[in-house]
Design a protein around this ligand. Structure first.
Ligand SMILES: *[C@@H]1O[C@H](CO)[C@@H](O)[C@H](O)[C@H]1NC(C)=O
Length: 218
């Protein structure tokens, strides 16, 4: 019985990510008013829990599209569709020349709380490292193109502390409950014994006391 309670608490607390785990990520594209299905990203293109990393995510060529693509939007989903980004312009009038995707993942302890994504122009400091991918991106007929993505994590410490206290409170309550239960079940036996002893003492008090008194006196 105590073991069951402890296991339940452990399950409630352990819905979480470990440091460095891949956070499952999927992408979806929209072009010419068509939308693709969700495609899971490979581990090497996903965020790793708690780590900051820059990756080049491949975007496959939209089917049935000629050479010129005027509009391409991307949406990402994280942690099994728990968090979705809005549709982000990657190619087209409202898109940057060379898009750079900044993804901030908000965490508390081992839990993912939210995701914020923003598309902007590739920072000039990064152009040197991605020269080849930039050339491919500018070439309208070259596919797959790649988008440079920067994943980074932000810790939400206040919430973490609250949750920690909450977990402590639950553990404390369960422990108290178990102690009470133990005391009760143990007490039934002890109470019986106590009542039994009382009855025996009550039933023959005078004689035994007299005899004891006599023994001590002599
Ligand atoms: C653009 O990409 C296509 C397809 O890969 C290639 O044939 C062509 O040479 C490229 N154009 C330039 C200017 O690099």
């Amino acid at each position: 019985m105590p073991f069951c309670a402890i296991i339940l608490v452990a399950v409630a607390v352990s819905c979480s990510h470990h440091e460095g785990d891949y956070v499952p990520t999927a992408r979806k594209a929209q072009f010419k008013a068509q939308r693709t299905n969700w495609h899971d990203l490979l581990g090497r293109h996903c965020p790793r829990f708690g780590h900051s990393r820059v990756v080049a995510v491949p975007l496959s060529k939209p089917a049935a599209i000629g050479t010129e693509l005027k509009d391409y939007k991307l949406q990402l989903s994280f942690d099994g569709d728990r968090f979705l980004t809005p549709w982000m312009p990657i190619i087209g009038k409202r898109a940057p020349k060379i898009p750079f995707l900044d993804v901030e993942l908000r965490r508390s302890g081992t839990e993912l709380l939210g995701v914020r994504a923003k598309v902007s122009e590739l920072p000039s400091g990064m152009e040197e490292s991605y020269r080849q991918l930039i050339t491919e991106f500018r070439n309208a007929s070259y596919w797959p193109k790649h988008i440079i993505v920067h994943y980074h994590f932000k810790a939400d410490n206040d919430v973490d502390l609250d949750r920690g206290l909450y977990v402590l409170l639950i553990v404390g309550l369960v422990a108290a409950g178990l102690l009470c239960l133990n005391a009760l079940t143990g007490a039934q036996g002890k109470l019986g014994q106590f009542v039994h002893d009382m009855v025996i003492e009550d039933s023959a008090p005078s004689t035994s006391q007299v005899w004891k008194g006599d023994g001590k006196a002599e």
